[in-house]
Design a protein around this ligand. Structure first.
Ligand code: NAI
Ligand code: MG
Length: 484
């Protein structure tokens, strides 16, 4: 069955499988970036709503129906939710596109990846084993992997459904009970997937969703003494707050805080392959991607050719509403648009090209014409700070050593790519990158659900995706039995 039209939700939180308005009765507007107009309302939750959600999760984890399920049964629920998301993918994609502004084709790809997270972790739930250490005399030593308990999840607005899957699916697969605080800017698909989880048969309290502002609902969740672990994706500034609150509660956290990821193009690169990827890696999702390829490091011998290729391509890109043909939609909010336009106005480097905004695009939407700058000073703001928009900076380099120094020369360390036909150089440069993922002659790998992902330093720590996330959402217990 394919459901094509979803009713917009009432402003309510999902707590213990019941939809409940905020205790205060407060709600807030949801604005579509396509035209800047409100089109739905969500609960504007406070600490008392977070308290209720954490209590429901605690009850589910300690003695509730959720705690009694086997790993295989949990896995089956996740798989059932994956099927529900697939069945509703088109309607969910339309909702995501309206809520977040992303091109419909991007939203469709997002829903496939979201379903895939639940499928992957559903399949993995009963395949996570402990270990035995056989080396001690007269003892048997077992390592058990146990869920943390109640996990908090704070996710951003750039990929609402995908982030839900990425953060929550491995937590549920390992038996935690989750409380999710999605972003106030875009969270309607998260609410809908919550409803699908209830339909799929998740017991009360396994998954709870509380909407609202970061400073209120988000802060209440991150400092709640009832959570045992917190997973956060968003800005470094809020990441520091999350980690500080986690420290006060003596719990662990995963932080994914974005980046300033380089693509390094050597003289011997296949430019026909590289050029389109240099563009899409920073245009995808309007550049509002943690792993956006926002710096192009280009060796002198091909610098002019790459600049010419980028100029032609950027000039041809138009921001437009999010219909079938769109490649670049609006940014999420007036605030993000102003922030990105500020970086463009103060780039401090020559503008190579600026794309356009398609005629007839709704007036009130948050559209930004894409821009490419170069040559940029590697130490300048545009080359150091995360812009989170369709803005690429191009930096020339002379040799491999300089390329590595520039690539590693920001506070971030999330993703990098290296374009060269020289196999030894591929290996050397990949190993020299201080980041969590390196691509050779490409950038990204579909949704990358199976591939451990995360950063270093200002990009955060901990690993999501793949089996690595199952490890982060569990804690090890060592049991030693003396048998004489
Ligand atoms: P943000 O970090 O404020 O928001 C992300 C999430 O954190 C949202 O759910 C928000 O409600 C929550 N939050 C905000 N303040 C909080 C607090 N005090 N306590 C607990 N939770 C809180 O990010 P924002 O303001 O939307 O974007 C600012 C910049 O952050 C962007 O321009 C971009 O550079 C970066 N960013 C990076 C993302 C990534 O994927 N790594 C995603 C979103 C933003
Ligand atoms: Mg913020």
């Amino acid at each position: 069955m394919t459901r094509t039209d979803l009713p917009l939700p009432e402003p309510a939180n999902l707590i213990g499988n019941v939809w409940q308005p905020a205790v205060s009765g407060a709600s807030m507007d949801v604005i579509s970036p396509i035209d800047g107009l409100p089109f739905a309302r969500i609960a504007d939750s406070g600490p008392e709503d977070v308290d209720a959600a954490v209590a429901a999760a605690r009850a589910a984890f300690e003695g509730g129906d959720w705690s009694r399920l086997t790993a295989a049964e949990r896995g089956r629920l996740l798989l059932r939710l994956a099927r529900r998301i697939e069945d509703e993918a088109e309607a969910l994609a339309r909702l995501e596109s309206r809520d977040n502004g992303k091109p419909i084709r991007q939203a469709r790809a997002d829903m496939a990846v979201t379903a895939r997270y639940f499928e992957y972790y559903g399949g993995a739930a009963d395949k996570l084993h402990g270990e035995i250490i056989p080396f001690l005399k007269d003892c048997n030593v077992e390592l058990h992997r146990e869920p943390h308990g109640v996990t908090g999840h704070i996710i951003p607005w750039n990929y609402p459904a995908q982030m839900f899957g990425r953060s929550v699916a491995p937590a549920l697969a390992t038996g935690n009970a989750a409380v999710l605080k999605p972003a106030e800017e875009a969270c309607l698909t998260a609410l809908r997937i919550g409803a699908l989880a209830v339909e799929a048969g998740f017991p009360p309290g396994a998954l709870n969703i509380v909407t609202g502002r970061g400073e209120t609902a988000g802060a209440a969740l991150s400092r709640h003494p009832g959570i045992d672990f917190i997973s956060f994706t968003g800005s470094p500034e809020v990441g520091v707050l999350i980690q500080t609150e986690a420290a006060r509660n003596f719990i662990g956290c995963t932080l994914e805080l974005g980046g300033k990821s380089p693509q390094i193009v050597f003289d011997d690169a296949d430019l026909e392959a590289a050029l389109p990827v240099l563009v899409t890696a920073v245009i995808q999702n309007g550049g509002q991607t943690c792993s956006a390829g926002s710096r192009a490091l280009v060796q002198r011998g091909v610098f002019d050719a790459v600049m010419a290729g980028l100029k032609a391509r950027f000039e041809a890109i138009e921001a437009s509403d999010s219909g079938e043909e769109a490649v670049l939609g609006p940014l999420i909010s007036a605030r993000q648009k102003a922030r990105v336009e500020g970086y463009i106005a103060n780039a401090g480097a020559p503008l190579i090209a600026r794309g356009g905004i398609r005629a007839g695009t709704p007036d009130g939407g948050f559209y930004v014409a894409p821009a490419v700058f170069g040559p940029c000073d590697p130490g300048s703001r545009i080359a150091q700070e995360e812009v989170f928009g369709p803005v690429l900076c191009v930096i020339p380099f002379e040799d491999e050593a300089e390329a590595i120094a520039i690539a590693n020369g920001t506070e971030y360390g999330l993703v990098a790519s290296v374009w060269t036909r020289d196999g030894a150089r591929q290996q050397r440069v990949a190993k020299a990158m201080r980041c969590g993922q390196v691509f050779v002659n490409g950038y990204g790998a579909g949704g990358g659900v199976e591939l451990p992902f995360g950063g270093r330093r200002k990009s955060g720590h901990g690993r999501e995706k793949g089996f690595a996330a199952l490890h982060d959402f569990t804690t090890l217990k060592t049991i030693v039995t003396h048998h004489g």
